[in-house]
Ligand binder design. Structure first.
Ligand code: NDP
Length: 442
């Protein structure tokens, strides 16, 4: 039995209930199998055994008081996966679906993603099953204060630097940062995604969505195409989806559909981004409110967004939101490129289907790396006590995304699988981390 297969089986056995983590491990280990098995040093040094096991997993109680005075209890997590190329770095997710499996899959992906950026950032992820939706600002603050009271013992500007993710935006980062500062009596760059007035970076809010479009454009350009004049659909309507929409429109595309967890809107004239921002960023409302503003638009309840005809599809909501039937529908309707803004939004079958059908497919760990890359730029600004202009940050982001594309395309060619960016991303991300592990001993 090959080395990678043996480690995969051991990983299944040890983590049998963790289906999201097993899915991520399967995707990565399967796609690097030939590379790893042809380089026996990785087996000799037990690199895979060490890589699949997080350096540290912290699970904690988060008690807080709701507006009626009742004590509520949630569960908090921080998985510090790998610090071999830099301090742990990865977001915090607040969503009822969060459990250890979800945090481990996100942390595992993060190791390779952060490696692809070329920056000095290791992999980690955290969060809670707390749902900020429908809570008052006071309740969110009460939760964040309690969450950070425990988390503050485990993080630091050179140890572990969390950021936002689903359910954790500017408001939550503000509350979390305030509690860290009070607990530690220290003002430093321990979180990214901070407000601009207290250590945040211009361009961070836009970075994941903009970076996704920069990478997709690079992929299209290398196939003598462009996103200009293309019809685009984007799932979700949160941070990543909104700024992907903005950049796609700026580059001349028409974005006709967006969604949330209740349903999706279709606007054949192209969505009005100002209306979307008003609903989602200002009022924290639902996507169905869009049709009150735009009479030509249609709202459909449910997850049918992938049935909308398009040239480019960008899943930007959550894991496993696009299955093989959705992939078949997209291919039948003529999609030419898919870029993952979310983490692992396509199931393994859906990914295989796109690749077999020669659809240009940019996997999340490369396509959405712009967010964490810009977080690392925020860390650099904090460490040097400087503030860069939006244009400077955005130009760096663009260069990083272009380099990521060049590296994953090259790794795919070297693996004998040109245009297979899943293989390219995983090998390029793995090699840097594995070589650093070997160099540093155990
Ligand atoms: P937000 O919380 O801002 O938005 C999430 C969006 O996805 C919302 O529209 C939400 O709808 C929808 N969504 C969430 N869960 C589900 C679900 N179970 N089913 C259907 N729709 C759902 O999060 P982000 O935009 O920050 O993150 C989106 C994705 O991008 C995640 O996978 C995240 O890990 C990834 N990502 C984010 C980065 C960042 O910088 N923010 C960086 C890299 C990756 P609703 O409001 O109804 O819940």
């Amino acid at each position: 039995m090959s080395y990678t297969k043996r480690i995969l089986i051991e990983t299944y056995e040890k983590n049998s209930w963790q289906k999201e983590f097993i899915q991520a491990a399967t995707e990565i280990l399967t796609s690097i199998a030939d590379f790893v098995d042809n380089n026996p040093i990785y087996e000799r040094e037990s690199v895979l055994e060490r890589l699949v096991e997080p350096e540290r997993q912290i699970v904690f109680r988060v008690p807080w008081v709701d507006d009626s005075g009742k004590i509520q209890v949630n569960r908090g997590y921080r998985v510090q996966y790998s610090s071999v190329i830099g301090p742990y770095k990865g977001g915090l997710r607040f969503h009822p679906s969060v459990n250890l499996s979800v945090i481990k899959f996100l942390g595992f992906e993060q190791i390779f993603k952060n490696s692809l950026t070329g920056q000095s950032i290791g992999g980690g992820k955290g969060g809670s099953d707390f749902d900020p939706k429908g809570k008052s600002d006071r309740e969110v603050m009460s939760f964040c204060n309690s969450f950070m009271t425990e988390l503050s013992f485990h993080i630091g500007a050179h140890t572990d630097v969390p950021a936002g993710d689903i359910g954790v935006g500017a408001r939550e980062i503000g509350f979390l940062f305030g509690q860290y500062r009070r607990m530690k009596r220290q003002f430093d760059g321990v979180l990214t995604g901070k407000g601009i007035g207290y250590g945040g970076s211009l361009g961070r809010k836009e970075a994941t969505g903009f970076g996704l479009i920069y990478l997709v454009e690079e992929m299209l350009k290398s196939h003598k195409n462009s996103i200009a004049d293309k019809t685009v659909i984007i799932s979700g309507s949160g941070n990543v989806a909104i700024y992907a929409t903005q950049k796609a429109i700026e580059l001349g595309a028409k974005v006709v559909a967006l969604s949330d967890s209740n349903g999706f809107i279709y606007d054949r004239d192209g969505v009005d981004l100002a209306v979307i921002k008003e609903i989602k960023e200002v009022r924290r409302g639902r996507i169905n409110e869009y049709i009150k503003y735009k009479k030509n638009a249609v709202y459909t309840e449910g997850r049918g967004i992938w049935g909308v005809k398009c040239d480019v599809a960008l899943p930007c909501a959550t894991q496993n939101e696009l299955d093989v039937n959705d992939a078949k529908l997209l291919v039948k309707n003529g999609v030419i490129a898919v870029g993952e803004g979310a983490n692992m939004p396509s199931t393994l079958d859906a990914t295989d289907y796109f690749i077999k059908n020669k659809i240009l497919f940019a996997p999340g760990k490369a396509a959405n790396a712009g967010g964490v890359a810009t977080s690392a730029l925020e860390m650099a600004q904090n460490a040097s006590m400087t503030n860069w202009s939006f244009d400077r940050v955005d130009a760096k982001l663009k260069t990083i995304m272009q380099n990521i594309y060049a590296n994953i395309a090259q790794a795919a060619i070297e693996a004998g699988k040109p245009d297979n960016y899943v293989v390219g991303s995983n090998i390029a991300g793995f090699k840097r981390v594995a070589d650093a592990m070997i160099a540093q001993g155990i």
